[in-house]
Ligand binder design. Structure first.
Ligand SMILES: Cc1ncc(COP(=O)(O)O)c(C=O)c1O
Length: 375
């Protein structure tokens, strides 16, 4: 329940493909000499996302990554190659892969404070931009933070950049949409993740909301930006602009299979159900006396960390400090939520009973004899 993986899938129709070593090495749009590939499926998936994030076929470039982390590493590299002197800005609650990218690429980076919700602190962001005005800005915008599911307000970030005197050729925005990049376009009141706005790249994980038996993801950027990191490689007879060399050729087929089967409408229904069930879980936990937080656009239900380690392990909860979360995914239905809450209530009762008896046993140990204790 703690990790955002949609386990509701059935790829048995594709089992026969396991006997092939499918590898999409090189550029998805340029065929290499290796013949066992799934480039047509990869491009099909990319088109699906290009339409979702509103970028024309001739203007985008992208590929199927091994995971959301690779998408972040790529997006930030594209930013760095286009603005070599840029400073990376990302909020304190950003996924660790973003600051890892800064270390790998030896970029200067600034950790921006966060609000209680987990969103970037807009005032602090403005302050650090003003301080570093002489250098371009490469900004990671979170579309769903890992722990609290917080969504940074992209329009507000863009407005602050403009207010601080950063023209479009002096900033690059990478949107880390590991989980919600896929969900937000289907939520009416959510701000749009769209290349009609001056953003540079968006990445998502494929094994999260879509669901796949192997980790995978998608990154999309603008064609005009990717030239800065492309090299022709004679050995591949293709172009190198990806982070990895060999690339999983099964993953695009899994993703294509699900996206084609469900379509935009199927995805929208999944998103709606997850948000509804997340609200239901929040109410159930509140009724049970548990302190809960749920961001408006999120299906990540954050609550006080359960005390019993065995309970945390049983439900595979992700914990940070004194909070834990459940990410309500399409495979989590109401009976599972009921079972979870019942088990949590029982776990809390066991813990509090043990704690109360511990107090009594300490009191008993402190008394010189049983008659003192009885008094
Ligand atoms: C916000 C965010 N970004 C990036 C990632 C990394 O994704 P992956 O595990 O697919 O590498 C995660 C993973 O949970 C995440 O929550």
């Amino acid at each position: 329940m703690g990790y955002p993986y949609n386990l509701d899938f059935d790829f048995s129709a594709l089992e026969g493909l396991q006997k092939f070593s499918i590898n999409n090495l090189g550029d998805p749009f340029i065929e290499s000499n290796y013949g066992v590939h799934s480039r047509e499926f990869e491009v099909g998936v990319l088109q699906w996302f290009a339409r979702l994030w509103e970028i024309d076929q001739d203007d985008y470039w992208g590929y199927i990554t091994n995971c959301g982390t690779e998408g972040n590493l790529h997006g930030i590299l594209v930013g760095r190659e286009n603005l070599p002197d840029g400073i990376l800005y990302a909020s304190h609650e950003t996924h660790y892969s973003v600051f890892k990218a800064a270390r790998m690429y030896r970029m200067d980076s600034v950790k921006v404070k966060t609000l209680k919700s987990g969103e970037i602190d807009y005032d602090h962001f403005r302050e650090v931009l003003v301080t570093n005005r002489a250098r371009p800005a490469i900004v990671n915008v979170n579309c769903g933070t890992t722990v609290k599911g917080a969504v940074d307000d992209l329009d507000r970030v863009l407005q602050i950049l403009r207010d601080c005197g950063y023209n479009e050729d002096r900033f690059y925005i990478h949107v880390d949409g590991a989980l919600f990049g896929m969900m937000m376009p289907f939520i009416k009141k959510a701000p749009r993740v769209s290349f009609r706005k001056p953003i540079g790249s968006v990445s998502v994980s494929g094994h999260k909301f879509i669901g796949a038996p192997v980790p995978c993801g998608v990154v999309i950027t603008r064609q005009k930006y990717v030239a800065a990191l492309s090299n022709d490689v004679e050995y591949l007879n293709s172009r190198d602009a990806t982070i990895m060399g060999s690339r999983n050729g099964h993953a695009p087929i899994y993703m294509w299979f699900t996206l084609t089967r469900k379509g935009y409408e199927g995805m929208r229904k999944d998103v709606e159900r997850c948000l509804r069930n997340a609200h239901l879980l929040k109410s159930m936990l509140e009724q049970a006396g548990v302190t809960v937080m749920l961001n408006e656009l999120s299906s990540t239900v954050v609550f006080e960390r359960p005390k019993e380690e065995a309970f945390i392990r049983k439900w595979q909860l992700a914990c940070e400090g004194d909070v834990a979360h459940v990410v309500v995914m399409p495979n989590i239905h109401i009976p599972k939520l009921e079972e979870f809450v019942q088990d949590l209530v029982a776990s809390r009762a066991r813990h509090f009973t043990r704690a109360a008896l511990q107090v009594a046993s300490e009191a008993r140990a402190a008394c010189s004899d049983d008659s003192d204790y009885e008094c």
